[in-house]
Design a protein. Structure first.
Length: 724
């Protein structure tokens, strides 16, 4: 008798590729929609046009903008021909500018040079747009980039956008205040304002007061985003009358993201080192060094990843002068002029993350899946078990997990979903919404505040209304911004070593904004990347990667029972066994303390939190917080809004779930994977081993499970389970 594998014996098994295609074909598609502002006549001051030629007032050439729109949406691919993307780029006489797409007389007098220098006598080159057509490319796993939609971005004139602008202004003022110091209302921030004054003025804005009337579109997605600011999604009516405070300020929107310290433990802690502690290199006093979570080193094989980061220089902000802002808006590449914290001798000294600027520095240079790859390493090295519904591993008596449902599987997938998320969000950025960045809206606010609102065309009234509300409801914040910008400009004028700096304006007369300089102080010299704000790439990748981690690792305290050789976890038990939905705390992760950066030691070390224990926070909550830290870290830098985070996180979640569902259809085993969504839904992915793969959801506040169809996939594009 032969025991060789017989391919013919596999003939009746479903074709894996066909099964995955069937799953993909049944997935609903949603065309989505934008807020209409990119199609309005006039200068379109809320749309993204960074890199196009602009006049001295920062308004784009109309012909160039229309050329940009056509290049993004109005072409057909042909065999052996690439999309030209023949669009005017940068000032006409700048190095790297592209003019062929602008064979006409400009409707406005575009600035033809850069004003700034990146070194003495050295003007910047022009930056390119980053992957503007990536959203039109296909993928072989998961939803196609254009199949999952995002809700329209907040419109000019609405309460939500005004609150978002006030928020990024406040974030800039608090950039160098540690998260531990933010608990004290008396702590001073930049511009002569305190933490307490900032929180009070933000809380006075109607959008942050859930009992106040707001100007909005009356949509369900607006209601969800507003409610998520102050409440946990799993307790949508609690507290009854929430207020903005230092505990929910700048926090995430998913379960557990508002619990515990601001920074996730997964961005701070390490593993216990390999080997016998007595055999490791001795410390300064001759005692053996035993790595602990508080040392912040993650085991990566036999190498180590240090959780400390080289952080940008405290007190140094950028783009606070109109000429510097305008250059960046025209595509000036001033990257590489950053300054860093050092120890006085000039050596850069890595620190644990404890301030908004620390987070901003991290998300300035991270590889987009980096934080989640590190979190995966932490969980693997700490012995966190895999999902109890896997056909191998702790639930099985003889089959271990490695190539499938083990370390190599999850480490590969947690990075793989990042590329799918980036393509999906590029479609939202460039082909759908084309939302302007905060730095651009702040400049338009500055024009309106200084009597130049008439330049803004049909958007004039919207910006005048926004300025009036900001100056009425948040006068101290706005005054502090203008004061801080003035101080930044004075410091740059008095120190010739600071770059980029203005080298002259030639014959151009720039707007006088000295009375009300409401430009947004930026953490990065170059401001935002060369792509639109909504959705956010970091947040989409965060949503996708964290969803994979929550699905692969066991988030509950549920018991697998006695190992056997049958199916470890049925769909029915996964739905009904409440122990499988009881969240594992960080005490179960093996932590003795919750850690924060030690301000007293310049954040060179970690210390136990004075306020929280490991039992107060959950592993799932810290993963959700990790996604929020990275995403909102971009807001602290000034390059994104809150809605960019909120909606993109959920876009990434759906991309990852679609990929995992298709993969389940290719397996010969019965499999269940459980997770709680960013909205608090209970979700089960189940594969039947015969080419079928389904998603079952129990929404928050409901007792019944639903086989997922159109409404869940498109909840955040409008409509939820049949509710418009």
């Amino acid at each position: 008798m032969s025991y060789d594998f017989d391919m013919n014996g596999f003939g009746d098994a479903p074709d894996p590729r066909g099964a995955a295609k069937d799953v993909a074909d049944r997935r609903p598609r949603h065309a989505g929609g934008n807020n209409g502002e990119k199609n309005q006549p006039g200068p379109r001051p809320t749309s993204f046009h960074k890199g196009l030629p602009h006049c001295v007032n920062g308004l784009p050439d109309e012909h160039a903008f229309k050329t940009f729109l056509r290049a993004l949406t109005g072409f057909d691919y042909a065999p052996n021909v690439n999309a030209e993307f023949n669009v005017p780029l940068g000032p006409e006489n700048a190095v790297g500018a592209w003019r062929d797409g602008m064979a006409h007389r400009p409707a406005v007098k575009a600035v033809d040079v850069f004003f700034s220098e990146t070194a003495p006598g050295t003007p910047p080159n022009v930056r390119n747009w980053e992957s503007p057509l990536a959203g039109l490319q296909g993928v072989l796993q998961g939803p196609q980039p254009m199949e999952i939609a995002q809700a329209p971005a907040p419109r000019l004139g609405g309460s939500e956008l005004t609150a978002e602008m006030a928020e990024v202004y406040a974030m800039a003022l608090l950039r160098d205040v540690s998260f531990e110091e933010m608990k004290d209302p008396a702590t001073p921030a930049a511009g002569g304002i305190t933490v307490g004054e900032i929180v009070a003025e933000l809380g006075a804005l109607p959008w942050f007061d859930l009992g106040a009337d707001v100007v909005d579109e009356g949509t369900l997605h607006e209601y969800r985003r507003r409610d998520a600011r102050l409440r946990d999604p799993e307790t949508p009516n609690e507290p009854a009358h929430p207020v903005l405070d230092t505990q929910n300020l700048f926090r995430g929107s998913a379960p557990g993201a508002k619990d515990g310290p601001q920074i996730s433990q997964f961005m701070l802690i390490g593993n216990v080192g390999r080997g016998n502690p007595a055999d490791r290199a001795p410390g300064a006093d001759g005692t053996p060094v035993a790595d602990s979570p508080a040392d912040g080193f993650i085991n990566f094989g036999v190498q180590r990843v240090d959780q400390r980061v080289n952080v940008h220089l405290e007190g140094r902000d950028h783009m606070t002068d109109w000429a510097l802002w305008l250059d960046v808006q025209n595509g000036a590449d001033v990257r590489g002029t950053d300054a860093y914290m050092n120890e006085g001798s000039g050596a850069i000294l890595p620190r644990f993350m404890g301030t908004p600027r620390d987070l901003a520095t991290y998300v300035h240079f991270d590889q987009l899946y980096q934080a989640y790859f590190n979190a995966c390493l932490l969980m693997l090295e700490s012995g966190v078990p895999f999902d109890l519904g896997f056909p191998s591993g702790s639930s099985h008596a003889t089959r271990g997990s490695f190539a499938t449902w083990g370390g190599p599987h999850v480490l590969s997938l947690v990075t793989e979903v990042a590329t799918r998320g980036l393509k999906a969000v590029r479609f939202q950025k460039f082909q759908e919404h084309l939302r302007g960045r905060p730095e651009q809206l702040a400049a338009m606010i500055t024009l309106a505040a200084n009597g130049k609102a008439d330049l803004l065309g049909t958007s004039r009234m919207g910006f005048e209304t926004m300025v009036a509300e900001l100056e009425h409801k948040a006068p101290k914040i706005m005054h502090a911004i203008s004061t801080h910008n003035g101080a930044q400009n004075a410091a740059r004028a008095g120190d010739a070593s600071i770059f980029p700096r203005v080298g002259g304006t030639g014959s151009h007369t720039l707007p006088d904004i000295s009375a009300k300089n409401y430009l947004l102080p930026m953490a990065f010299p170059e401001g935002s990347p060369m792509h639109a704000a909504y959705g956010a790439g970091h947040a989409t990748v965060a949503g996708a990667c964290v969803t994979v981690l929550k699905a692969f690792f066991e988030m509950s305290d549920g018991s697998p029972g006695e190992p056997g050789v049958g199916r470890p976890l049925t769909l029915e038990r996964a739905k009904t066994d409440e122990t499988l939905w009881t969240r594992k705390t960080m005490a179960g992760f093996g932590l003795d303390n919750v850690y924060v950066a030690d301000d007293a030691n310049q954040r060179l070390s970690l210390k136990p939190s004075d306020h929280y224990t490991p039992a107060d926070i959950t592993m799932e909550g810290e993963l959700n917080k990790l996604a929020a830290n990275v995403s909102i870290g971009r807001n602290f830098a000034g390059v994104h809004f809150y809605t960019d985070y909120y909606d993109s996180l959920r876009l990434g979640e759906r991309i990852a779930i679609g990929i995992m569902q298709e993969q389940l259809a290719t397996y010969r085993d019965c499999i269940t994977m459980r997770m709680t969504s960013f909205d608090g839904d209970r979700i089960i992915l189940v594969g039947d081993g015969q080419g079928g793969a389904e998603i079952h959801v129990r929404p928050v506040g409901q007792r019944h499970w639903i086989a997922v169809s159109d409404p869940w996939w498109n909840r955040h594009a409008g409509g939820e389970f049949g509710v418009a």
